[in-house]
Design a binder for this molecule. Structure first.
Ligand code: BF8
Ligand code: SF4
Length: 625
C-alpha cells in the first residue's frame, strides 16, 4: 500500500478500496478535489458575490483592488450574505425533509399511505399534546391527521413562535425574545433570509447574521425537530441495538442493496420488502443466500438506529463502496449523494435508482416514490436487485465488519439511566463525567477521512467527557470501535466507571443529522433539571470534518442555542474580520456562546476541555485548570 492512501483516509477499508478504485480507473472525490486545486481564494474567503447580474463581483483582500461590488456592497456585507445563504440552504434542506415526513403522516391519517403506519403511538400522543391537540377519546389516526396539520402550520407564516420551542429552557426562550431571533414559521425564516440577501435589502452585516441565527433556529427547533419526531412516530423511537459497520457488511454470497440519502420514508419501505420471506426465496432461487440490506450516510443511520441494519460507510466512502463490485442495487433519496455515483456504478454491474421527485442524478434510473406507491415500488425494486445478482463480476470486500451499538434516543438514554436524567446530572456534579460533547457532521476531502472525528472523540472520552454523535461522525467512531460497551477501555477513569455501571459505550450514537436535535433536547432536560440555561452547561459541539450547508445551519443553531461549537474546516468568512470577530467573540454577549475554528482535532479537544472546565467553575462545581 502506498502512502497516498494513508493521507486520504485512516480507515483500512477506505485505503484498500482506494487502491481497487485506482486499479479500476474509477475517479473519486479525492481525485476531483486535487484537480480543483488551487481553489478560488476569493470564494474561500467569502469575498465573491454573484447575487445579481451587475456582478459577479469580488473584493480584494489585500486592499489593492476593488473594495466594493458593483452595487457598493463591501466585504462585511458580502461575507455575511454568503454565510446566511448557506444557512438558508441548510435549514431548507432539513426542514423540507421534515415536511416530507409530515406529508406521510397526513397520508397515513387519510388512509392513503399503504405500508406506513404509526409505530410509536405514545410519542404521537405526547407530541400532539405539545401542539395543544385534545387527544382524549380520539382515534390514533384522527390525532395523526390533526398533528400533521398543526405541524404544517409551523412551516407557514402565521405563528409568532414555533410550537416546539417550548422544549428549550425558559431562560433561553427569553434570550431569543430579547435578541429578536425567536423563530416564527420554518419556511418564513428561510424565505426572509433569501429576501434579506437580495441586492438592496439588508445591508447590515450584524442584522443579517442575527437573521441567520433565527433561520438556523427554525431548523433546529423546527424542521429538524419535526423530522426527528415524526420519524419516531412513523417508524419507532430508537432503542439501543447492535449493528455491524464498515464495508465488510456487504456479503459476497447475498444480494446487496444499499440505501443512501436521508429520509427514512424510502429506506423503511425497502427494508420491509427486503426482509420478506418471499424475497428470501427469490434470492435463493437466484443463487444467493438471501437479501442483505445495508445503509450509508444518514438514511443508513436512521435504519441502524431503529432496526440495527448494518452500515457500510459514511460520506467519503460512498463511491468506494460501489467499487467493491458487490452492490447489486443502490437506492438513493436526497442530500449528500454525489452526482458522480452513477458514473462510478457504470464501471460495475450496480443498478442505481433515484426515488425523489426533487432529486435526479446522471446515470441513475428514476423510479419515483410517493406514499401511495411506496410499498409496491419497494417490492418491485428488491425483485430487480435480486435479478441483478447474477450479473456480478469479481467482488472485493476486503475487511471484516466492526461491531457497534446504536439507537440512543433521548428516551432510551433516560431509560438506560434508570428512568430519569438524575444519575447523569449526579455524575457531572461529582466530576466523574466532566461534561458532554456532540460530535457531528460530515467528511470532507480537505481533511484526512475520519481522523478528525475519531481523534477528537478519543481525546474527549479519555478526559472523562461523554461523547454523543450523529451523522457521518457517528459512523466514523463506530468504525473505529468506540461504540461498544467494551469501548470504555478508551475512557478516563470517571467516565469508565459511570458507563461501565450503565453498560453503555462512552460514545453514544444519537442518529442522523436531523437527530442533532436529540442533543439539544437532552441538553435542555439537563439545563431544566439544574434550573440553568443551555449556555451554562459544561457541554460543547464540534464538526471536525464538515462540508455541507446543512452543517452550517446545525452549527449556527447550536451556537444560537448557547452551545460553544468548534468547526474543523474554516467557513468562508475570513474575508471579513468583523464577521469573524462577531462569530468567534461577539456572540458571547448576544447568545452566550461562540464558534471556534480548529482543524487539528487534538487542539479542538483542548478547546472543548477548557470550555467544559470553565463552565464547571461557573456552576460552582470542581474544575481542572
Ligand atoms: O446529513 S453528516 S455528509 S450524510 S450533511 Fe451529509 Fe454531512 Fe454526512 Fe447526513 Ni449530515
Ligand atoms: Fe456584485 Fe452587489 Fe450584485 Fe453581489 S449584489 S453581484 S456585490 S452588484
Amino acid at each position: 500500500m502506498t502512502c497516498t492512501y494513508h493521507r486520504q483516509t485512516i480507515t483500512e477499508d477506505g485505503q484498500l478500496l482506494l487502491k481497487k478504485a485506482e486499479n479500476d480507473q474509477v475517479e473519486t472525490v479525492w481525485d476531483r478535489y486535487r484537480s480543483q486545486l488551487p481553489q478560488c481564494g476569493y470564494c474561500e474567503l467569502g469575498l465573491s458575490c454573484r447575487n445579481c447580474v451587475m456582478g459577479p463581483c469580488r473584493v480584494d483582500p489585500f486592499g489593492e483592488g476593488p473594495q466594493r461590488g458593483v452595487c457598493g456592497a463591501d466585504a462585511d456585507i458580502i461575507v455575511a450574505r454568503n454565510l446566511c445563504r448557506m444557512i438558508a440552504a441548510g435549514a431548507a434542506s432539513h426542514s423540507d425533509h421534515g415536511r416530507d415526513l409530515v406529508e406521510v403522516l397526513a397520508g397515513v391519517a387519510a388512509g392513503k399511505a399503504p405500508g406506513y403506519t404509526i409505530r410509536d403511538v405514545e410519542k404521537l400522543r405526547s407530541v400532539a399534546v405539545e401542539y395543544g391537540i385534545e387527544i382524549s377519546g380520539k382515534d390514533t389516526l384522527v390525532i395523526a391527521g390533526e398533528l400533521a396539520y398543526a405541524m404544517q402550520e409551523d412551516y407557514g407564516t402565521r405563528t409568532a413562535a414555533l410550537t416546539l420551542l417550548k422544549r428549550a429552557p425558559a431562560k433561553r426562550r427569553e434570550l431569543w425574545k430579547n435578541v429578536g431571533i425567536t423563530p416564527r414559521g420554518i419556511d418564513r425564516e428561510t424565505s426572509e433570509m433569501m429576501h434579506r440577501t437580495h441586492m438592496g435589502v439588508d445591508n447590515g452585516w450584524q442584522s443579517l447574521l442575527l437573521q441567520g441565527l433565527r433561520n438556523a433556529l427554525s431548523d433546529g427547533w423546527g424542521g429538524s425537530l419535526i423530522a426527528s419526531e415524526v420519524s419516531d412516530i412513523l417508524f419507532g423511537t430508537p432503542t439501543p441495538r447492535p449493528a455491524s459497520v464498515n464495508v465488510g457488511v456487504l456479503k459476497k454470497d447475498q444480494v446487496n442493496i444499499v440505501v443512501h440519502g436521508h429520509n427514512p420514508v424510502v429506506s423503511e419501505m425497502i427494508l420491509l420488502a427486503a426482509t420478506s420471506s418471499e424475497m428470501k426465496q427469490l434470492a435463493e432461487a437466484a443463487g444467493a443466500k438471501g437479501v442483505n440490506l445495508a445503509g450509508v450516510c444518514c438514511t443508513g443511520n436512521e435504519l441502524l438506529m431503529r432496526h440495527g441494519i448494518p452500515m457500510a460507510g459514511n460520506h467519503l466512502m460512498t463511491e468506494l463502496i460501489l467499487s467493491t463490485g458487490a452492490v447489486d442495487m443502490m437506492i438513493v433519496d436526497y442530500q449528500c449523494i454525489m452526482p458522480s455515483l452513477g458514473q462510478v456504478a457504470s464501471c460495475y454491474h450496480t443498478r442505481m435508482i433515484s426515488t425523489s421527485d426533487k432529486a435526479r442524478f446522471p446515470g441513475m434510473e428514476h423510479r419515483e416514490f410517493h406514499p401511495e406507491n411506496a410499498e409496491e415500488l419497494a417490492e418491485q425494486l428488491v425483485r430487480e436487485a435480486i435479478e441483478n445478482f447474477g450479473r456480478r463480476g469479481r467482488v472485493y470486500v476486503p475487511v471484516e465488519p466492526v461491531q457497534s451499538l446504536g439507537g440512543f434516543s433521548v428516551e432510551s438514554i433516560v431509560a438506560a439511566l434508570g428512568g430519569s436524567a438524575a444519575p447523569l446530572i449526579e455524575a457531572i456534579k461529582s466530576g466523574k463525567i466532566r461534561g458532554a460533547a456532540g460530535i457531528v457532521g460530515c467528511n470532507n476531502p480537505k481533511i484526512l477521512h475520519d481522523h478528525g472525528h475519531v481523534t477528537l472523540a478519543r481525546r474527549l472520552v479519555e478526559n472523562d467527557i461523554l461523547v454523543v454523535d450523529t451523522g457521518c461522525a457517528a459512523i466514523a467512531t463506530a468504525k473505529a470501535g468506540l461504540k461498544m460497551p467494551e469501548s470504555i477501555r478508551f475512557a478516563g477513569p470517571g467516565l469508565k466507571e459511570v458507563c461501565g455501571a450503565l453498560g453503555i459505550p462512552p460514545v453514544l450514537h444519537l442518529g442522523s443529522c436531523v437527530d442533532n436535535v436529540r442533543i439539544l433536547v437532552l441538553a435542555s432536560a439537563l439545563a431544566n433539571a439544574l434550573n440553568v440555561d443551555l449556555s451554562d452547561l459544561p457541554i460543547a459541539g464540534a464538526a471536525p470534518e464538515w462540508y455541507s450547508e446543512k452543517a452550517v445551519s446545525i452549527a449556527a443553531y447550536f451556537v444560537a442555542s448557547g452551545v460553544y461549537t468548534v468547526l474543523g474546516p474554516m467557513p468562508p468568512i475570513a474575508g471579513s474580520m468583523n464577521v469573524v470577530k462577531l462569530l468567534t467573540e461577539g456572540l458571547k454577549d448576544v447568545v452566550g456562546a461562540v464558534f471556534a475554528v480548529e482543524p487539528d482535532p487534538g487542539a479542538a479537544a483542548i478547546l472543548i476541555r477548557r470550555h467544559v472546565e470553565d463552565r464547571r467553575k461557573a456552576l460552582g462545581l470542581d474544575f481542572r485548570v
